[in-house]
Design a protein around this ligand. Structure first.
Ligand code: NI
Length: 244
């Protein structure tokens, strides 16, 4: 069940059966010359939509994340880490008020990880400083590090996966939006690899936006297989959270 397509009595009824909610979280940032700017939000949103068909309540996607390092490319949008932490805190606080206790943030962006964990620590500080046990179970699950996804990505793409604008994430977005698939050939075939500091440094080091990847290898067919693997990984992670 998608929260946005539910009524409040339906949410109240759901809460009698489960206190778990999935919150997809992504980013709005460049993904190389052929990847969609919404890639990191689309991927968890698509997997979460599959979960919503399996009787899981799915909150609206938090589509804008922490992407300061992408700001030298047009169209990228970031929240400051402090803003994103405040957003997460308010989303959790709102739903906890209704009785939700288990939160799975289904994440599509590596740049969100540190900030989401810091937000969880901020939330737990409330109870820790008051000397009481927190009732909340807050989990971050990155769809791209699930066991089935990692195995399938390695099998399909090997070293060509890279770390940004990867053929796996591009394939998954093309599965969701096949009319956006392209057979454009990129030069160089494999993007450079390395570190970055801020937005200007990133663009100087990775001029077309990719890091270490060969998104030319992406396809709609691969995206369908990755979707199935990602959905099973996410359901397994949610089952672990439900049993805590
Ligand atoms: Ni990405």
């Amino acid at each position: 069940m998608k929260l946005q397509l539910a009524t409040w009595p339906e949410v109240e009824a759901y809460l009698k059966t489960s206190d778990a909610v999935v919150v997809p979280i992504g980013s709005t940032e460049q993904h190389g010359p052929t990847g969609l700017i919404g890639t990191d939000a689309i991927c968890p949103e698509v997997i979460a939509a599959g979960m919503a068909e399996r009787n899981v309540l799915v909150a609206p996607t938090l589509s804008i994340g922490m992407a300061q390092h992408h700001l030298a490319f047009p169209g990228s949008i970031t929240l400051r880490p402090s803003t994103l932490m405040a957003v997460i805190r308010d989303v959790v606080g709102s739903l906890a008020n209704h009785g939700f206790r288990r939160f799975m943030f289904l994440n599509g962006h590596g740049g969100n990880i540190a900030t989401v964990h810091s937000a969880f620590a901020e939330i737990h500080c409330e109870s820790s400083m008051a000397g009481r046990a927190s009732e909340l179970h807050l989990e971050l699950f990155n769809w791209f590090t699930g066991p089935r996804i990692k195995k399938l990505s390695a099998e399909l793409f090997g070293d060509a996966e890279g770390s940004h604008a990867t053929p796996s994430e591009i394939s998954l977005t093309w599965h969701a939006y096949p009319d956006r698939a392209t057979d454009t050939v990129l030069d160089p075939k494999r993007a450079p690899d390395g570190d970055f500091r801020d937005a200007i440094d990133y663009r100087n080091t990775f001029p077309d936006g990719r890091i270490g990847s060969e998104p030319d290898l992406a396809s709609v067919a691969h995206g369908e297989r990755l979707y199935t693997a990602g959905l099973e990984d996410a359901m397994e992670a949610l089952d672990r959270l439900r049993n805590k």
